[in-house]
Design a protein around this ligand. Structure first.
Ligand SMILES: [Zn+2]
Length: 522
């Protein structure tokens, strides 16, 4: 007898429907428990090894494993199937073919997924959200999946999500749906509007950071224009503390953005029971991170840190300590806002639209330009800064000094002087709306993404601003490449004030955000 069930596989961050056909064919002679099971349709080793697991799960759930030659076909046949997540649908297919699910030859309108343990319990899988989205797109109404993944899948409205504990329960629900009487339990329901409202309760806030007005302001400008930023300061000056709070002043996530982030985290197996990811990610890989860890990869390709930071912040602490080769691979994802991982048979794409925040000491000992004595020679300092690759530095619009906080500022009791994240965020949102209106026709969304011709078009300077910029560039020895960056950042500063023109104060603030270009470094 032939029986058909449906499951899904995840490629990149999207899912593909996989049809599972099970055929039972009587064997001649005396049947025994070693009757053969064959799996075809490009299965990997994990799937081929699932045969014994599925047999044990079926028997230990008090079902009868058919004494037949069992052929299992996974379709489409030209796509490689990986992992153990087809256990549950294959088991249901075998039981269906054996008549355990009623008289029908298909498990219609049901998509199931899950790994089985020997005793029949169902284990969690990766990518449940993408699978639920695909099920809805294909008009499959019922989804049977491990209970650990249920909340995440139930984010998708219009699909009945049944959290499955073990094979017995899956069979009971499948029987109910097949008979037309309905499942013996009701599907999991989540209130999507409530999820949206519970958005972004960040544990950190800018009001907790004492002093550092210049650095805070620079982070506000960076958020407003989508500019990448480099924080330069001695150890203990609070660079990490500042960087961690950047997501709290970025605009709130839209629901569609939250879905996209959750899909990536789900494919990486990182969502757990939390369901929707509702706050902007902050990823801070250690400087020993590998190339695959940073941009993604592995035998079953998983998203890397650049994709886990999608729509949030990627923080590279101690930038000169990172391997140069590892930093080089950041260029493509930063340029394209997505990263392509090539494999033997296929290539996968993960999104990677993040804001880069990097930090570094001003010199190897860390105290150049601070009150403590710096023991480094000019050559040592030059070599230290030279460790950062030029092309990466070229993508960072803002460099800001983060000096050690003075004792007086740390002890300050004047709470009115410390602004909270929400009020900074409001200014960021307003500035972004202005940019959106100005740039929308040009298909970009923030000042940082302006091309040279767009800079000429949108960053015209008055004669006064022009001569200010010219003098500063000469006096401070600013490089030519600094010129366009100053204009972009000045445009954002003007937008924060809702000023149509770039005025001299905007230009001079932007010039201050080029500390690494000043001639005393080189
Ligand atoms: Zn030093």
């Amino acid at each position: 007898m032939l029986f058909l069930t449906q499951s899904a596989a995840v490629y990149g961050i999207d899912a593909l429907i996989v049809d599972i056909e099970v055929n039972l064919q009587p064997v001649k002679g005396e049947a025994d428990s070693s009757s053969p099971v064959i799996i075809v349709g490009l299965p990997d080793t994990a799937i081929r090894e699932s045969r014994e697991r599925i047999r044990a799960a079926i028997v230990n759930s008090s079902f009868f494993f058919p004494f037949h030659k069992t052929t299992i076909n996974l379709a489409p046949a030209d796509v490689r199937k990986e992992g153990a997540s087809f256990d549950l649908p294959i088991a249901l297919g075998i039981l269906g073919a054996n008549g355990d699910l009623g008289n029908s030859e298909t498990l219609a309108n049901v998509l199931s997924i899950g790994e089985l343990s020997l005793d029949g319990r169902v284990r969690p899988v990766r990518g449940a959200l993408s699978i639920a989205l695909r099920a809805r797109e294909n008009n499959i109404e019922n989804l049977l999946l491990p209970e650990e993944n249920a909340t995440e899948a139930a984010v998708v409205q219009g699909v009945n999500v049944y959290p499955i504990r073990d094979l017995r329960q899956a069979v009971e629900i499948a029987r109910g749906l097949q008979s037309g009487k309905g499942a013996p339990v009701s599907p999991l329901k989540l209130d999507a509007s409530e999820m949206r409202n519970s958005e972004s309760r960040y544990r950190a806030d800018f009001s907790e950071v004492r002093g550092q007005q210049t650095a805070k302001r620079a982070l506000e400008v960076a958020s407003a224009g989508g500019h990448n930023i480099l924080l330069i300061g001695p150890p203990g000056s609070g660079k990490t503390m500042l960087a961690k709070r950047l997501p709290t002043i970025l605009p709130q996530l839209e629901f569609e953005e939250a879905l996209e982030i959750t899909k990536i985290h789900s494919v990486a197996g990182l969502t757990g029971k939390s369901g929707l990811v509702t706050s902007r990610p902050f990823k801070s890989p250690h400087h020993t991170v590998s190339q695959a860890g940073l941009i993604g990869g592995g035998s079953i390709p998983k998203p890397g840190e650049v994709s886990l930071a999608h729509l949030g912040v990627l923080f590279l602490d101690e930038l000169p300590e990172f391997d140069r080769g590892v930093l080089e691979v950041l260029r493509q994802p930063m340029e394209d806002k997505n990263v392509t991982i090539s494999r033997a048979a296929t290539s996968l794409t993960f999104p990677s639209n993040f804001m880069l925040v990097a930090s570094m000491n001003p010199c190897p000992c860390g105290y150049f330009g601070s009150q403590r004595e710096c023991k480094c020679s000019p050559i040592q300092i030059q070599r230290y800064i030279g460790k950062i690759s030029g092309p990466l530095l070229d993508r960072i619009d803002i460099h800001v000094d983060v000096p050690a906080v003075k004792f007086k500022e740390l002890r300050g009791k004047d709470s009115a002087a410390v602004e909270n994240s929400e009020s900074i965020r409001q200014r960021v949102i307003n500035a972004r709306e202005i940019q959106l209106k100005r740039l929308n026709g040009d298909n970009i969304y923030s000042n940082s993404a302006m091309s040279p011709s767009q800079i000429r078009k949108f960053c015209a300077l008055s004669a006064e601003s022009e001569s200010l910029l010219e003098r500063a560039m000469l006096r401070q020895g600013l490089s030519a490449r600094a010129h366009d960056r100053i204009l972009k950042v000045a445009r954002t500063i003007a937008d924060l004030e809702a000023s149509e023109n770039i005025e001299p104060p905007h230009i001079s603030e932007a010039i201050n955000y080029r500390s690494l270009d000043r001639d005393y470094w080189t």
